[in-house]
Design a protein around this ligand. Structure first.
Ligand code: GTP
Ligand code: SPV
Ligand code: MN
Length: 597
């Protein structure tokens, strides 16, 4: 327990409201974690899986109405609506606190309140920030123990600082009508109620490391982004780092853990994972470069589609010490399964809802209804169990970033890869990102929506001001990374992906890094620089010819022009905080497209 009076007073206040039977401090010890796992198994909250196949692994099912982030019930409660902006849901803080008080009052009666002091980032690093999450869920405690750094060091650090983010989570009735995921950036406070799912309740993740941190980053001159961080090692031992922002369930974990195709692997190329979801970025005054850390300590990754071919590193990471959420249960082996793991679905199984399941009835058109695993089912796994974890993972200074990559799911329009002209144009490219929606958030799947910098659900203030922050950062990074855009998801007329993706994305990464070092030419187009088709190496690819690459790199001026109208609407929706520089870039793009016809 800490001696910090502010922390203790806040816990007292929250306990007086929620009225738990007891309060337990989490210290990060294995003995305490083991006792909690045993308790959760005794109540059915967790199911211990086959110790031989999956040592120290557990299965958890959330309520069936509670399987994804709920963007419609996520609020940024700044004093004025203007600070939160039009893209966020907003309620005035006093009003929201009053509403929450009703929902929290007595919600922990008969339950235990766990106090989790945690650090985002290596304790003692200039990047690191402390949070304290209060929760009545053992599942949340066990996930936070994997996803963040929890130890007596954090408790010690808390003794001497009042700079910590407060988080209160109560399961209450898991009533979706009363579900609120709320943020009070001015108060360093997060309050979440009536959910037990991932991004809604693991408050260190999206709530702190993106929404609150993006607000702090703007105030303090750094950036919090929805980005993976990876290192590409060259045969001579050099390592270059890339960050990439893709919307939820659009390939960050997969790219971060990529295994190079044989043609590169045999030469000694390697990819190292620093992070798969969140990056905190700061300018290093010594060399003027942008440095990145991953504030997390584990992976909360999408399970379906993960297999020996698509992402063997992720699969290996989940072989021990992992919590699986909403996957399919294999009764015969006391094990788990998900769509896309292999071609052997279990005969005797329970689906993600916990009902008897027959794989023969699976229907792609109704995945949620007929799949064994929910499309947004996930694994929570330790970073240190990842075979390709970067040796720099715990470097308190972070890693220097050579390239920033934006990307989304676009069946048409966006080419395989293009490079922006400069930081300002690159920020514009990020601001106009669009992607088809996925199962990671509740709501329709497959609808194209604008998702600037993959941060639409995660910016803790006005989106227009966030664009301004990007532009401003460009002015204070002497050796700024180059900015690119990729699209692995172009489809042919039958709806099949044209680009093989996954490990073969290495071929695109190497072009990107060659551009950063001025080692390869490019073709200037109205939207930016695209590769010469022959500069994307296709050696060893069976279904891809140079004509396929040409097709993937084409820019359809007509569809880009249609996009312009949609971008204008989106900017108008964000409102008058969109910086003039972004409108300049938009006008310049439109002019280049007109000239191209
Ligand atoms: P969050 O954890 O939700 O932020 O997602 P993420 O961006 O880490 O997504 P992830 O890597 O888990 O990818 C999710 C989905 O994208 C899975 O269905 C993958 O199979 C698919 N995917 C990833 N990379 C590729 C690729 O290169 N090509 C294709 N076609 N699909 C991909
Ligand atoms: C995402 O939705 O972008 C995730 C999963 O990474 S969650 O933690 O639920 O936000
Ligand atoms: Mn994410």
């Amino acid at each position: 327990m800490t001696t910090n009076k502010k922390v203790l007073a806040w816990i007292d206040e929250m306990a007086a409201m929620t009225q738990p039977d007891k309060i337990v401090w989490i210290d990060g010890s294995e003995a305490q974690a083991e006792a909690l796992r045993a308790e959760a198994c005794s109540t059915g909250e967790l199911c211990k899986l086959n110790e031989e196949l999956l040592p120290n692994c557990y299965l958890h099912r959330t309520a069936i109405n509670d399987v994804a982030r709920v963007e419609g019930r996520t609020f940024i409660c700044t004093p004025t609506k203007e600070e939160a902006g039009n893209i966020n849901n907003w309620v005035e803080p006093g009003e929201m606190y009053a509403k929450l008080k009703e929902l929290y009052t007595g919600s922990m009666k008969g339950r235990t309140m766990y106090v989790i002091p945690y650090s985002m980032g290596v304790v003692g690093s200039d990047f690191a920030k402390i949070g304290v999450e209060l929760t009545d869920s053992i599942y949340v405690v066990l996930n936070m123990l994997i996803m963040t750094r929890v130890s007596t060091d954090v408790i010690k650090a808390l003794d001497t600082t009042d700079d910590f983010v407060k988080g209160l989570h109560a399961r209450a009735d898991i009533d979706e009508e009363k579900r609120y995921i709320t943020h009070f950036p001015q108060d360093n406070t997060i309050m979440s109620v009536n959910s037990g799912y991932g991004g809604n309740v693991l408050l260190g993740k999206k709530c702190f490391a993106l929404r609150i941190a993006s607000y702090l980053g703007r105030k303090e001159g750094w950036m919090a982004e929805h980005m993976l961080i990876l290192g590409v090692e060259y045969p001579n031992g050099d390592v270059k780092y890339v960050t990439a922002a893709f919307p939820s369930a659009c390939g960050k974990t997969n790219l971060a853990m990529l295994i190079p195709p044989a043609v590169y692997k045999n030469q000694g190329y390697k990819v190292w994972t620093v992070g798969d979801d969140i990056a905190w970025l700061r300018v290093n005054p010594e060399d003027g470069k942008l440095y990145a850390i991953n504030p997390e300590n584990g992976f909360f990754g999408v399970a379906p589609g993960t297999n020996e071919n698509s992402n063997p590193n992720a699969l290996a990471t989940t072989k021990k010490d992992t919590i699986f959420t909403n996957v399919c249960y294999d009764k015969d082996n006391n094990s788990i399964w998900w769509e896309g793991l292999d071609n052997n679905p279990p005969e005797n199984a329970l689906n993600w809802r916990g009902e008897e399941w027959d794989y023969r009835k699976y229907n792609k058109a109704d995945k949620v209804g007929t799949a064994g695993a929910h499309p947004n089912s996930r694994f929570t796994a330790k970073a240190t169990n990842c075979p390709c974890l970067s040796p720099e993972f715990n470097n308190p200074k972070g890693v220097p970033v050579s390239a920033i990559v934006f990307g989304g799911r676009r069946a048409k329009t966006a080419p395989l890869v293009y490079q922006s002209f400069n930081w300002k144009h690159g920020s514009f490219v990020g601001s106009i990102m669009a992607s088809e929606t996925t199962a990671a958030a509740s709501g329709a799947v497959g609808v194209v929506r604008r998702d600037p910098m993959a941060m639409r659900p995660f910016v803790g203030y006005n989106m227009g001001d966030y664009f301004k922050h990007w532009l401003d950062m460009g002015k204070v990074i002497p050796n700024a990374p180059k900015i690119f855009h990729v699209n692995w998801f172009r489809t042919d007329d039958q709806g099949n992906f044209i680009w093989p993706g996954f490990g073969d994305n290495m071929r695109v990464l190497l072009w990107i890094l060659a551009r950063c070092e001025d080692k390869v030419d490019a073709v200037e187009t109205p939207i930016g620089f695209v590769p010469k088709a022959e500069d994307i190496n296709i050696e060893g690819l069976s279904d891809v010819t140079i004509d396929t690459i040409r097709e993937l790199l084409t820019i359809d001026v007509k569809s880009w022009k249609d996009d312009i109208a949609n971008i204008k609407e989106f900017y108008a929706q964000i409102g008058d905080h969109v910086p003039a520089e972004m409108y300049e870039e938009l006008a310049a793009l439109e002019a280049r497209l007109n000239a191209a016809e």
